[in-house]
Design a protein around this ligand. Structure first.
Ligand SMILES: NC(=O)c1ccc[n+]([C@@H]2O[C@H](COP(=O)([O-])OP(=O)(O)OC[C@H]3O[C@@H](n4cnc5c(N)ncnc54)[C@H](OP(=O)(O)O)[C@@H]3O)[C@@H](O)[C@H]2O)c1
Length: 326
């Protein structure tokens, strides 16, 4: 089978052996997959001496072979893959043993994948293959950050810097669904227009003076993933006692942080990452209820996965970037 792998110094398309299922596993014939920022960072994290690893966390496809003892799916079922491995029940943090699919385990940028049957869920029928393929990791991340950690409520004002990110496009839709007011920022005029079309109430240029622009607003909740470039500026617009959830650091992990301003402001800071299977199922019900669809910016054939990587690295996307398989 064809796969897009990281191997030694390069990322490349490679012919790999088709996988077979062990007890409790299924082989999925993939139809679509989704890229995430994490995929771009994996070659650096693995270094130059690692053997071939199939990249990719998100994917959707058809169950092709069912291993012994599997009862939740059968051959021919259309499924999506849950990339949050070994995290079943809701908990404050992932349990020991939690990993994200696509490192160290082989991921979804391939014609086939073998995976524990418990890691698949029925594909939402109202989604296309491409929509289903890009869905899970960013939507689950948005769901936990906004609901479980951020505890968003009707009439809250939610502030989201970096409107173009895959996760942000779900945050905007989810927050609007509960009746929150949504303020986003982007450096790109084109993305600001798209964010408005998606439902954002207020859109700001990331490079503008937010405090001045938001003097008449009370921000209850900030969902941060840009990192160093915006974290402290996001805190400045948050109301005293407000909540800030961070799940990413696209621009850098480390920041200077004024503790005195923070404790006097009595802010509440939460870290978040992905989500449990229980949250994923709640998220899928929530999507179904509102018929929410992923924003798919661009889809490349698997053979052109390198172009998809380059496109994501340039940061021009609004929403998700996908791969078409087969
Ligand atoms: N913890 C988890 O489970 C989890 C899951 C998913 C993602 N993440 C992390 O969350 C972050 C978001 O991921 P993503 O893939 O959705 O999006 P992404 O491609 O990393 O983009 C994030 C947004 O950041 C903004 N941005 C980038 N550089 C900037 C700069 N110098 N100044 C201001 N804004 C800048 C961009 O906004 P504009 O282009 O609109 O200006 C961009 O749309 C990443 O760091 C990712 O690794 C974590």
């Amino acid at each position: 089978m064809k796969a897009f792998v990281h191997e030694y110094e390069e990322i490349t398309i490679k012919e790999m052996e088709s996988p077979l299922p062990a007890k409790g596993e299924v082989v999925i014939s993939l139809r679509a997959a989704g890229l995430n920022r994490r995929d771009l960072n994996i070659p650096n994290r693995r270094g130059n001496e690692a053997e071939a690893l199939v990249l990719g966390s998100d994917g959707a496809g058809v169950v092709e072979v069912v291993g012994q003892g599997v009862s939740n799916v059968k051959e021919g079922d259309e499924v999506i893959i849950n990339p949050a491995l070994r995290w079943e029940k809701n908990s404050d943090a992932p349990p020991k043993g939690f990993d994200i699919l696509g490192m160290p385990d082989h991921g979804t940028f391939a014609e086939k994948i073998v995976i524990a049957a418990e890691q698949v869920e029925p594909k939402p029928t109202y989604l296309t293959w491409e929509e289903a393929g890009v869905l899970t990791l960013p939507a689950l991340t948005a769901y936990r950050a906004l609901f479980t950690k951020g505890n968003v409520k009707e009439n809250d004002t939610v502030f989201i810097p970096g409107a173009g990110s895959g996760v942000a496009t779900y945050l905007i839709q989810f927050a609007k669904n509960v009746g929150a007011k949504v303020i986003v920022t982007s450096r790109s005029e084109e993305k600001r227009v798209k964010a408005k079309e998606l439902g954002a109430d207020v859109v700001l240029d990331t490079n503008s003076d937010w405090v001045k622009a938001l003097t008449d607003e009370t921000v209850d909740l900030v969902i941060e993933s840009v990192g160093r470039a915006t974290f402290n500026r996001s805190l400045e617009v948050l109301k005293k006692g407000g909540r800030i959830v961070t799940f990413g650091a696209t621009t850098e992990d480390t920041i200077d942080f004024n503790l005195r301003s923070f404790f006097y402001g009595q802010y509440q800071l939460f870290g978040s990452t992905m989500g449990s299977r229980e949250e994923l199922r709640n998220m899928l019900d929530y999507l179904e209820q509102f018929k929410t669809k992923p924003v798919v910016d661009e889809v490349f054939p698997l053979e052109k996965a390198q172009d998809a990587f380059d496109y994501l690295a340039q940061g021009k996307q609004f929403g998700n970037v996908g791969l078409r398989i087969g």
